[in-house]
Design a protein around this ligand. Sequence first.
Ligand SMILES: [Zn+2]
Length: 247
Amino acid sequence: MENRVTINLLNREELDPKLYDIVCELRDKFKIKGWLYVKIKDEDRTCPSDFCGGVIPSPSIDFGSRGKRIRDYVKCENELIIKRRDLEKLNPNKQPDELKVIIAHECSHILNKDQLVWGAASFLIFIGFICLVSLFYLIASLNAFPLPITLLVAIVVFIKYILIAGKRYYRFRRETETRCDRDAVTITQNVDAFIRALKIYRDEPTNVKNTLWMRAKRRWYGFFGGTHNPISERIKYAESLMQKKEN
Ligand SMILES: [Zn+2]
């Protein structure tokens, strides 16, 4: 398979050579196979993520290929999404080290196919939910217990299920983020740049719209502990990595 980087397919003329070099270097260090699409996105004030790295599956139906495995029919593309405004915060020419360590974090997501794993975990939670709905539907239709009691038990069980599954799912996501932070520091060997990059993010105001939907989303994530650990904790973790190295 070709091992190439394609940056900003639609706006090639806006390609930044320094950014291209950073992505190429990290792709080689992480040994990411196949194409790596880098998409520079314009303003999206509804998405709180500044950088996104993942593997996007896209079905490619080609019966002529005589493939026997699912992966013969589903193409998985490595994608790195960067918002244009974030290249102002972490400019490839002014803060190349800080940008590199953040892109390294995203490369760890790509290499480990985290988005696919999270998708599979969400799907399992959804299947569990469907099983519970079927179970209570069956109990209600058998008239084994009075309906109000069945409904009450169902509500309690569903709330418990959402709490337990949600807590585990978000804890798993935070553990993944911690692994990406560790990989980013290990690959770049630049813990100072990582801490500086996190501080830039902590101190720069975000321009994500404060809509009712975004507030609800933040509360939902916050309730389960968030998808990422707080920046102060991530900085502490990075410092602990540095201390380990010195010992
Ligand atoms: Zn991440």
